[in-house]
Design a protein around this ligand. Structure first.
Ligand code: PLP
Length: 406
């Protein structure tokens, strides 16, 4: 008789956003005429840009002719896209990443979940708390997390790095030494960022202790302040200790199109000198058959001058929402952070409510959906995440509803 993977059975309940979707569906069924505004899941709402649509259409048309039809794509990605990424995302910031260190994928969720596969099962993992749930859950699935403690909501083998208001929601260097450190800046869910000087300390720490940093820069395009690094490779020595993950979802609106990439530098070697780049290439080649040609052409269009202009406009649209939420809610007496270099606003729940109490209260009284902070980890308790990815109209309406909650 076959058996299910016991590591998977350790997972608690369903994925955070599936839980929220179920709750909202139940509320909608009970109140079919109540218009709900969703500022919960970090999904974009604005259409794809003109350059991206033109590239998609051209690539689709090519598939109608034998001379230009494409079948399987190169498993690591087309050179045209890898070269554009190398030139624009890194070259323009003075960082040298060669195209063959860039691995094209179907998005940052897969990459941030899969990357742990190339590390030994006994590696100790450190995560920020609160955290994007994929990092912890995929290490649970891999049997690396240990035992779950119901009382604290933590796993025995995971090192949690609390991100608290007194440190502007930035993690502190851990006292226990991890092997793998997940960092995400601008952060989901808190919207926090770190300066280049602060990030350099993490890179130095990782190099000193032979740890690897998995740096999720999915929200890099939302950085507005000067001293914030856009890539971990802006720090000295990062290539010997860091993997960086990027997404086209939040900068170019590809949440439904699907495209992302991961950088694994050639200099990144394990304790016995194994090239992690070669290992990721081997893994990618075995388990992934390449991102679709059509999507990669759309990705390439993002790097044209016009494409860059259009994504800046898209990001500005959402950042205007972020500003409205931050200012509107602060004026209404809420304590908010984030929303300056990030599309996320991190709200302190009022009157000592728990995150889920506030979720229910906001849905019931304001018909607005957000994300309970405790869903991201124990230090998220007492907080609530709102996203700036709605339309201006819905965002304004949601702010009005917050103002009239009582
Ligand atoms: N990484 C972080 C930190 C995210 O918040 C998200 C999505 O919300 C992702 C990765 C997933 O990105 P993608 O759509 O490219 O899979």
């Amino acid at each position: 008789m076959f058996k299910a993977n016991p590591d998977y059975l350790q997972l608690r309940g369903s994925y955070l956003f599936s839980n929220i979707a179920k709750k909202v569906a139940a509320y909608k069924e009970a109140h079919p005429d109540t218009p709900i505004i969703r500022l919960g899941i970090g999904d974009v709402t604005q259409p794809l840009s003109k350059s991206v649509i033109a590239a998609l259409q051209k690539a689709v048309e090519e598939q109608a002719h034998a001379e230009t039809f494409r079948g399987y794509t190169p498993d690591l990605g087309y050179d045209f896209l890898r070269e554009a990424i190398s030139r624009v995302d890194f070259g323009r910031r003075g960082v040298s990443i060669s195209p063959d260190e860039i691995f094209i994928s179907d998005g940052a969720k897969s990459d941030s979940g899969n990357i742990q596969e190339i590390f030994s099962k006994d590696c100790r993992v450190a995560v920020c708390d609160p955290v994007y749930p994929v990092y912890v859950d995929t290490n649970v699935m891999a049997g690396r997390a240990g035992e779950y403690d119901e009382k604290t909501g933590t796993w025995s083998n995971i090192i949690y790095m609390p991100c608290l208001a007194e440190n502007d929601f930035a993690p502190q260097l851990p006292t226990e030494i991890p092997d793998i450190i997940y960092l995400c800046f601008p952060n989901n869910p808190t919207g926090a960022t770190v300066s280049k000087e602060q990030l350099q300390k993490w890179v130095d720490f990782a190099n000193e202790h032979k740890a690897v940093i998995i740096y999720d820069a999915a929200y890099e395009a939302y950085i507005t302040e000067d001293d914030i690094p856009h890539s971990i490779y802006e720090c000295d020595g990062a290539k010997t200790c860091s993997i960086e993950i990027r997404s086209f979802s939040k900068n170019a609106g590809f949440t439904g199109v699907r495209l992302g990439y991961t950088v694994v530098p050639k200099e990144l070697k394990d304790a016995s000198g194994v090239s992690m780049r070669d290992l990721w290439a081997r893994r990618h080649g075995t388990k992934f058959n390449g991102a679709p040609y059509i999507q990669q052409r759309a990705g390439e269009a993002v790097y044209s001058d016009q494409g860059q202009k259009e994504i800046r406009e898209l990001v500005s649209y959402y950042m205007e929402n972020a500003r409205m939420i931050r200012e509107g809610l602060t004026a209404a007496g809420f304590t908010c952070s984030g929303g300056v270099n990030s599309p996320y606003i991190w709200l302190k729940t009022p009157d000592g409510m728990t995150s889920w109490e506030f979720f229910d209260y906001l849905l019931e009284k304001g018909h607005v959906v957000g994300t309970p902070g405790s869903g991201f980890g124990p230090s998220g308790e007492g907080y609530f995440r709102l996203t700036a990815f709605g339309s201006h109209e819905n965002t304004k309406a949601a702010i009005e509803r917050f103002k009239h909650l009582n």
